[in-house]
Design a protein around this ligand. Structure first.
Ligand code: NDP
Length: 384
């Protein structure tokens, strides 16, 4: 009997990685639903390979859709609630993924979550839904997968967070430092798009690649770690590790530190989230050779050069609508940077101004969070 997976964002970097991984494990897993935003060709190719029961294209344009395909944002919800899907692999980019995460958790499913923005924007709502329904969230993000692997045996019971932890003193989340790690602060401010997309260790979608260059991605990950594991912000540290081999570390209350290592590939975190708590035998995941790696180094974050990290983490500490404002402001600022209408230095400037104006908006329920998200997008779109 194979486990049914609904793959949302099938045509993206994580979506394609997931297809590669599942292709090696068709005895265990099958795709029962696939969605994309607008890339009809890539989605059709995936449909031809997997013959899923349900297909959704959020923005189909004007050409008629093949018979039976869903469209609009509702197709994400339909896929997330598909009765034959035990696992929903959410690989949508941005806050657009939140509704599907909530729908899947409400339906009592396992969400293998790449879409970290879901937890940044609506962490409390996802947690409430999980308590009520018995649904669960298992992270795909490599750092959070690393934390989960280090925590083996120490997850569960009472406590805050979607996956409450026991006996943890500190999380150390690693960051590659991105393409501007060694650049002078002034040079970073004027960085061009091609520079920001030139990530030294990871091949990913454009939005997260820019987020990695600004360290917005690390801010999202600190908030994600707090929401997932309930560890207070002052016990979550970020350290730069340029080789991206140590994916994160957990320090336990006796001072022992466990780290999870591997080459920079999302195949293992995807497979781990699908099989958790089991480890699925797989010889396809790229292997790590410690002798070839030779040295693993660590550095402090240069907060003056990367102000987006602190903007994001302080929005998480503030809570309410603030992280949703941070996330939406960042998404809109990155969209403008990609479109050439905002400089790289404009990203933290726009986010900071949006937080100054909007961080205290109400954030108690989904309509309030969506209103804060929309206000932040409008603010950043008009930011000069
Ligand atoms: P990509 O941009 O490569 O892919 C995004 C996917 O989501 C595509 O299938 C896209 O469809 C779909 N999509 C985009 N916008 C919407 C929308 N509004 N509604 C529905 N579907 C949409 O992103 P990544 O794969 O890089 O990242 C996906 C998520 O995983 C992000 O949250 C990212 O932070 C996280 N992540 C990614 C990692 C990586 O290695 N790439 C590592 C860790 C986390 P279409 O192709 O049709 O546009």
């Amino acid at each position: 009997m194979t486990t049914g997976i609904a793959l949302l964002g099938a045509t993206g970097s994580i979506g394609e990685t997931a297809q590669r991984v599942v292709a090696r494990h068709t005895d265990r897993f099958r795709f029962v639903a696939l969605t994309a935003n607008g890339n009809r060709d890539a989605l059709s190719k995936a449909v031809a390979q997997w013959s899923p029961d349900y297909v959704g294209l959020v923005e189909p344009g004007t050409a008629p859709l093949p018979a039976g395909w869903g469209k609009g944002t509702d197709c994400l919800l339909e896929a997330a609630r598909h009765p034959d899907a035990s696992i929903v692999l959410n690989a949508v980019v941005g806050a657009a993924g939140l509704g599907a995460t909530l729908a899947a958790v409400h339906a009592g499913k396992r969400v293998a979550l790449a879409n970290k923005e879901s937890l940044v924007v609506g962490g409390a709502l996802v947690q409430r839904a999980a308590r009520e329904s018995g649904g669960e969230v298992i992270p795909v993000d490599s750092e959070h997968s690393a934390l989960l692997q280090c925590l083996a045996g120490r997850v569960g019971g009472d406590g805050p967070g979607l996956l409450p932890v026991q006996g943890v003193r500190r999380f150390i989340i690693t960051a590659s430092g991105g393409p501007f790690r060694t650049w002078e602060t002034e040079r970073i401010r004027g960085a061009l798009l091609a520079d920001a997309l030139n990530h030294p260790t990871w091949a990913m979608g454009k939005k997260i690649t820019v987020d990695s260059a600004s360290l917005a991605n690390k801010a999202l990950e600190v908030i994600e770690a707090h929401v997932l594991y309930g560890v207070p912000y002052d016990r979550i540290e970020v350290v730069v590790h340029p080789q991206s081999i140590v994916h994160s570390m957990v320090e336990f209350e006796d001072g022992s530190i466990l780290a999870q290592l591997g080459v920079p590939s999302m195949e293992l975190p995807v497979l781990y989230a699908l099989g958790y708590p089991d480890r699925v035998e797989d010889v396809g995941v790229p292997r790590f050779d410690p002798v070839a790696a030779a040295s693993l180094t660590f550095e402090a974050v240069r907060h003056d050069a990367f102000p987006t990290l602190e903007l994001g983490v302080s929005s998480g500490r503030r809570g309410g609508a603030a992280p949703a404002v941070f996330n939406a402001a960042n998404e809109q600022a990155v969209a403008r940077f990609l479109a050439g209408s905002l400089s790289f230095a404009g990203i933290p400037a726009a986010i900071g101004a949006a937080l100054d104006r909007l961080a205290d908006l109400p954030g108690d329920d989904l309509p309030a969070l969506l209103a804060a998200d929309a206000a932040a997008r409008t603010f950043v779109q008009e930011f000069r």
